[in-house]
Design a protein around this ligand. Sequence first.
Ligand code: ADP
Ligand code: MG
Length: 485
Amino acid sequence: MSSIYDKYEAVIGLEVHAQLTTQSKAFSNDVNEYGAMPNHNVSPISLGHPGTLPTFNQRSPEYGIKLGLACGSEIREQNLFARKNYFYADLPKGYQITQFDTPICNGGSINIKLNDGSKKSIRLTRIHMEEDSGKSIHDQDPMFTLVDLNRAGVPLLEIVSEPDLRSGEEAYQYLAEVRKLVRYLDICDGNLEEGSMRCDANISVRLKGASEFGQKVEVKNMNSLRNVQRAIEFEIKRQIDLVEAGEPVDHETRTFNAVDGSTSGMRSKEEANDYRYFPEPDLLPLTITQEYIEQVRSTLPALPNELFEKYTTTYKLNEYDASVITDSKEVAMFYEKVVSHTTNYKSAANWVMTEVKAYLNEQAIHLSEFPLDGQQIAEIITAIDSGKISNSAASQKLFPALVSNPNKSVEVLAEELDIIQQSDDSAIQQFIQEVIDANPAEVERYKSGDKKLLGFFMGQLMRVSKGKADPKKSNQLIKNSLDAL
Ligand code: ADP
Ligand code: MG
């Protein structure tokens, strides 16, 4: 059934603020850390007291260049800083230092994958450097707004997308990709819940096929990927309802309410501040040389897209496995360790995605606390592949024993657990003789043509060998023995 909503298309652009995980702030040596005692990491420089001067943290452009290179952006040579002036309690300086018309990165793109398997490239407008404001806390005191200035001056990258997104799901995937990227690059911890990554969504609607964009509304205060999607979906419906009712969409900033998934008006853009941008007089322009860009490029880690490509083409993993593994840098790095000791890539993926993951979930621990290293997982795989232990003995006995005794070798533990498969012919031959001697009637029936009994003999062989006879080898040997009778 078609609905009025199908006549419309949403247009969405995201502005993402990523707090950089530098040790000190953008323009002072105040400590940059989350969760410190409120107002403890604050110096006169962060407060902009008269007579203080900002000094530039070199990590900000380094991180900006990393992200720009990872997104294929153009890196600017001459970077200027500007003051963006406004009054607010959490901005004691009265201005924010930012990049106005000379962002460190221009262009570039982020590739996303949607749930239906399709792919899309989302263009970036720009990435620029700026500093964070302090934090106003509205929900801890019934009467007052509290202000924590620890955040004032923390370095940020603002990543602005073109209005290329068309649904809440696309916005979700885009933001998930940006978060994955900053985590791989180790420049931001990407924690939307704690606010170290924040996203403002610009949303408008228009009739499908229209060439002009509709009036956009900006929505703030979504603290998870899921809530970004919910806010956008609510807003799309609200705007379509307005248009259908012949009412205008106001140019405004709205806030998201996570309890009921709605958005409500915060301030109208008509009364928007005039920020009076002007060049920051206390900072010199920053020149980024080609040489420096190349130096930063040489420090880039393997990126999730490159690993995905390698896993699906060279390692022949399916797309699902490759995306599960590359979804987290930690998991991908662990997998890399495993496959540096085995070429059974598929089995390595299975072990990381099933046994290892299940153990982490069970114990409620992080991969960094996992007692085994990649090489030990590879040794288990090699033991299975060489026929030394069976798959089931490996996952049911060896793996649990190894995580409790990570210092023991796979070899020694397999001995102790008595799960080493007999693959040497003479040992298996002895078991076969036992089975033949114990079952004369079945041997007669086999000889007279009932070849299906081979399964019965294999079962008996597994019983007398207590499951330790290498099945592939045993099957061949028992068949040879019976046929020779
Ligand atoms: P502003 O001047 O209001 O900050 P910008 O042009 O800087 O607007 O764009 C801010 C963000 O809004 C960008 O991510 C951009 O892609 C997005 N955007 C611009 N126009 C629209 C629109 N009509 N609908 C949805 N998003 C839009
Ligand atoms: Mg803007």
